[in-house]
Write a protein that binds this ligand. Structure first.
Ligand code: 13P
Length: 245
């Protein structure tokens, strides 16, 4: 089991925030499972337009993307500085959907992570191989390259999300995930190796959360589809709390 405090992050992607998340529960988790917990970290990552409402409901919020420049001619973008000013604590960098749909390169992702840190945001940096890369046996080479330019000496979180497991219902087995997490950890700077959190993402749900979260190098989850279902997300939080409470 992980020695680090678990983090469960709900990535809602381009979906409306679940109504249950908007209830200001004043600490009553039966009313809102997304609210902050004592023994584990819980973060929600809504669309930009729902950030303020989630914050008003007392949730810890992060954005799904932030532009590294502070201001300027970048139509449609929002800067890290603006996200910080709004009250975001976290930001995703380099999700595979952004890499695929917006052409974000490893260098772009590193620039985002550095800008996030400079603006006082905690970057959750996504890495992971495609199905084709795994079938060729290249998964370790791919993540090694993705890690190369990242500010790993700083306070960041890594999310290992094998692209073939995202939204497909096909989860990496706990053994496959653990092997990759241990490999990623072996590449971290000496003084960060034991403290940096590595989340797993890719069809994580209540049904498989326990087995995944029991692995020594899996420090939480970056959860898509299942995080949109309040009851299921609540069960995942309970599982994490029971493991680490
Ligand atoms: P799913 O949990 O829907 O597979 O999505 C994973 C993901 O991409 C989280 O960032």
């Amino acid at each position: 089991m992980s020695k680090r405090k678990l983090l469960l992050a709900a990535n809602w992607k381009m979906n409306p925030a679940p109504a249950a998340a908007m209830v200001n529960a004043h600490g009553d988790r039966s009313l809102n499972p997304y609210h902050p917990h004592a023994d584990i970290d819980v973060v929600v990552l809504p669309t930009f337009v729902d950030l303020q409402r989630c914050m008003d409901a007392g949730l810890i919020i992060g954005a799904q993307y932030g532009h590294p420049e502070t201001v300027g001619a970048h139509t449609g973008d929002v800067s890290m500085a603006m996200l910080k000013k709004l009250g975001c604590r976290y930001v995703l960098c380099g999700h595979s959907e952004r890499r695929a749909n917006h052409g974000e390169t490893d260098e772009d992702v590193a620039a985002q992570a550095i800008a996030a840190l400079e603006n006082g945001l905690h970057p959750v940096i996504c890495i992971g191989e495609t199905l084709e890369e795994r079938e060729k046996g290249h998964e370790k080479t791919v993540v090694k390259k993705q890690l190369k330019h990242l500010p790993l000496e700083s306070d960041v979180t890594i999310a290992y999300e094998p692209v073939w497991a995202i939204g497909t219902g096909k989860t990496a087995t706990p053994k496959q995930a653990q092997e990759m997490h241990a490999y990623i950890r072996s590449l971290l700077p000496d003084d960060r190796r034991e403290s940096l959190r590595i989340l797993y993402g890719g069809s994580m749900k209540a049904e498989n959360a326990e087995e995944l979260l029991k692995q020594p190098d899996i420090d939480g989850g970056l959860i898509g589809g299942a995080s949109l279902k309040p009851e299921e997300f609540g069960r995942m939080i309970e599982i994490a709390e029971n493991l680490h409470g």
